[in-house]
Design a protein around this ligand. Structure first.
Ligand SMILES: C[S@@+](CC[C@H](N)C(=O)[O-])C[C@H]1O[C@@H](n2cnc3c(N)ncnc32)[C@H](O)[C@@H]1O
Length: 286
């Protein structure tokens, strides 16, 4: 098993991009009364204490959520994400000001989905899956978490009974085999559920697999995709570190490009660490 623990990274710039988009997608599904499914192939522990041992050690939320939280000039399109973080803190007694707790994708979905919707979560790490399973106790059948491989778990669930829904694939890419596994899972997922929305997160790091990944993702389906990146710093001479991240979505809602066009320039301004900070936004929506 690899050593990745999401608690080190909770509330960083990559989480902000990922969860801003996730909240937008889930909100879009909620616009219709008909039930939908949310499948999270790499769920993590569920939620995180930013004053906990791991988060404090890395300090990543200080150059992430702490910089955006109280900004008076925050664009309105970030409000739905901010509201979900605030709601999570309210439930845990997190108090006012910069949040103490940060919701991962499972907790965001659990807050947003209705009684007739379904949340299905997969997490392999022994400690994180234990925490995740504990956090969903008593929530079945609305929410079910399994300590199993998310790529295989997702395949078994598609197409969802409701024939509406989305999959989030958010591996750590610590193992470079995650890159081809995501591509294969996307192809397999689309064969089973062609109208489904599939969201992939990936890191911008100085690794060939990461740099060629967007082009490989674009070849999965020629149309109806959106690709967005948030780069917070230029590539360092040491070749180390996370410079930014990207999200790639197949079958996104038509409202997503406009939301990101408003959010991304502001996020670059607030989260950018040097002159290499930038964003990218492209799509093939008709
Ligand atoms: C980036 S974190 C997930 C964060 C979470 N999606 C969120 O947004 O809050 C990736 C997680 O995937 C888990 N993982 C790694 N390989 C997996 C696999 N094949 N199936 C399920 N989980 C896996 C890791 O233990 C880690 O907790």
């Amino acid at each position: 098993m690899f050593s990745y623990r999401h608690a080190f990274h909770a509330g960083n710039h990559a989480d902000i991009l990922k969860h801003l988009v996730l909240v937008h997608l889930l909100d879009h599904f909620r616009q219709k009364e008909k039930a939908f499914w949310f499948i999270d192939t790499h769920a993590g522990a569920g939620g995180y204490d930013l004053r906990g041992e791991y988060a404090k050690k890395s300090g990543e939320s200080k150059s992430g959520i702490a910089l955006v939280w109280d900004r008076k000039d925050m664009p309105a399109v970030l409000a739905p994400w901010r509201d979900e973080v605030a709601k999570f803190n309210l439930g845990l007694g997190g108090g006012e000001g910069v949040p103490r707790y940060y919701p991962g994708s499972p907790r965001i979905a659990m807050q947003m989905l209705r009684n007739h919707d379904r949340v299905r979560l997969f997490e392999l790490h022994s400690s994180d899956s234990r925490e995740l399973l504990r956090s969903v106790e008593g929530e079945a059948p609305r929410v079910i978490a399994q300590a199993e491989d998310g790529f295989e778990g997702m395949t078994a669930l598609l197409p969802p009974a409701a024939r509406r829904g989305m999959v989030l694939m958010d591996p750590s890419y610590e193992d470079k085999a995650d890159y081809p596994r995501v591509i294969a899972a996307l192809r397999g997922g689309l064969e089973r559920f062609a109208t489904g929305t599939f969201m992939v997160w990936y890191p911008q790091v100085q690794r060939r697999e990461s740099q060629t990944f967007p082009d490989r993702l674009k070849r999965v389906q020629p149309k109806d995709w959106l690709h967005a990146t948030l780069t917070v710093k230029g590539a360092g001479s040491d070749g180390l570190g996370l410079n930014g991240s990207g999200i790639f979505i197949i079958n996104p809602p038509w409202t997503l490009p406009k939301m990101l066009a408003e959010a991304l320039p502001w996020l670059v301004k607030v989260l950018g660490q040097d002159r290499g900070a930038d964003f990218g936004l492209e799509n093939t929506l008709r």
